[in-house]
Design a protein around this ligand. Structure first.
Ligand code: HEM
Length: 199
């Protein structure tokens, strides 16, 4: 299916005033980056990876969505009260997910980026799930599935990166940078699930 590639993405509020400031400080972000092994070198390799991944972002999201569709405990997050998938909700989320592939690879880790990580985390929890698209689906993506699914997001990139002409060694660097960036994001998103002082 051909989708619109550019233009305004409904509900995509990156860098806008509708996104609240993250309670995580930039200093805490830098400390977490250190733990994840995120460095300027990793950022460089992820920009190289983006040359191959961003043009395939829709296919990547299609592949992840296929897994969600085949896994009832994941698909449950997209069901209406009548038990049928909310197609409008799914389509709205999909466009922002495609955009995320580019953002995770290319955006600088500044305050706007940090703020949007908190926003994405909240959009998986009762704090904000459904709010953006007016959905009536379950109000929470269980944290265990958010963390567990990162394995899928990380390992599936290898197949898409293999379209690159780069050496095996370079592919490994790109894969590692992708893994670190995904885990860094999920670690930040997890904050929205935790009680004060536990994150
Ligand atoms: C590492 C794993 C995951 C990644 C990278 C990811 C990424 C994203 C992104 C980028 C968005 C859109 C954020 C925005 O509004 O700009 C989103 C929303 C959403 N994701 Fe995830 N996600 C992950 C895991 C999961 C899992 C396991 C589920 C459950 C099936 C899930 C269900 C959803 C839902 C329902 C929304 C829409 C929330 C709303 O605004 O109502 N996600 N996700």
């Amino acid at each position: 299916m051909k989708r619109k590639k550019s233009g305004h993405i409904p509900g995509y509020d990156y860098g806008t005033e509708s996104v609240s400031k993250s309670p995580v400080t930039l200093e805490e972000l830098r400390q977490l980056e250190e733990v994840v092994g995120w460095t300027l070198e990793e950022a460089k390799w992820l920009r190289v990876a983006a040359e191959t991944l961003v043009p395939q972002a829709e296919q990547m999201v299609d592949a992840w969505r296929a897994v969600i569709g085949q896994t009832p405990q994941l698909g449950a997050s997209f069901l209406k009260p009548d038990g049928k998938p909310d197609e409008n909700y799914k389509a709205a989320v999909e466009r922002r997910f495609v955009r995320w592939v580019s953002d995770v690879c290319l955006q600088e880790h500044d305050q706007a980026w940090l703020d949007y990580q908190e926003e994405i985390g909240r959009r998986h929890t009762p704090s904000k799930k459904n709010e953006t698209d007016g959905g009536e689906t379950p109000s929470n993506v269980p944290l265990r599935y958010l963390i567990g699914f990162s394995a899928m997001i990380i390992t599936s990139a290898r197949e898409f990166l293999s379209a690159s002409e780069r050496s095996h060694e370079d592919l490994t660097r790109m894969q590692d940078a992708w893994a670190r960036a995904v885990l860094l994001s999920v670690a930040l998103w997890a904050r929205a699930y935790t009680a004060e002082g536990l994150w």
